[in-house]
Design a protein around this ligand. Structure first.
Ligand code: 4NP
Length: 154
């Protein structure tokens, strides 16, 4: 299975989700069966490592994001992944607009599917450190539910 997380810049939210899910899949013994990637709808940060604030917040909780590099989502991704999870409504709209007619991938809003109370992972880019902690809280919680779903689908 292949899971793709998508946000705007691919330097804050979706790379965090990629790192957290990979970690939780390793803990669950499923790392060999699920490939996790992330991408941005925008191309401004392509090739860059995650934002230093995202890296620092993630590392404090045991997630090392330093090897990840930003990329932009493409129409080809819809044929090569099983599940595309958007961080906010804007990202979801963008993805729906570029989705090819015959798409293998299932497309959904990450938190709507797994978290329940909150729909969107707020963009922390222009926030203080608290925003990055909140992003991690939401992503960790939703990834626990996602791992359970993936276990059932494998
Ligand atoms: P992300 O955050 O979508 O979570 O990676 C952002 C990163 C960069 C920008 C906006 C949001 N930007 O405008 O450059």
């Amino acid at each position: 299975m292949r899971v793709l997380f998508v946000c705007l810049g691919n330097i804050c939210r979706s790379p965090t989700a990629e790192g957290v899910l990979r970690h939780k899949l390793r803990e669950a013994g499923l790392a060999d069966q699920v490939e996790v990637i992330s991408a941005g709808t925008g191309d401004w940060h392509v090739g860059k490592a995650p934002d230093t604030r995202s890296q620092a917040a993630a590392l404090k909780r045991g997630y090392d994001l330093s090897a990840q590099r930003a990329q932009q989502v493409t129409r080809a991704d819809f044929a090569s992944v099983d599940l595309i999870l958007a961080m906010d409504q804007n990202n979801l709209r963008h993805l729906k607009a570029m989705q090819p007619a015959k798409s293998r991938a299932e497309l959904d809003l990450f938190l709507r599917r797994y978290e329940g109370r909150v729909d969107e992972v707020p963009d922390p880019y222009y926030d203080g450190d608290q925003g990055f902690e909140q992003v991690l809280d939401l992503i960790e919680h939703a990834c626990d539910a996602l791992v359970i779903e993936l276990k059932g689908r494998l």
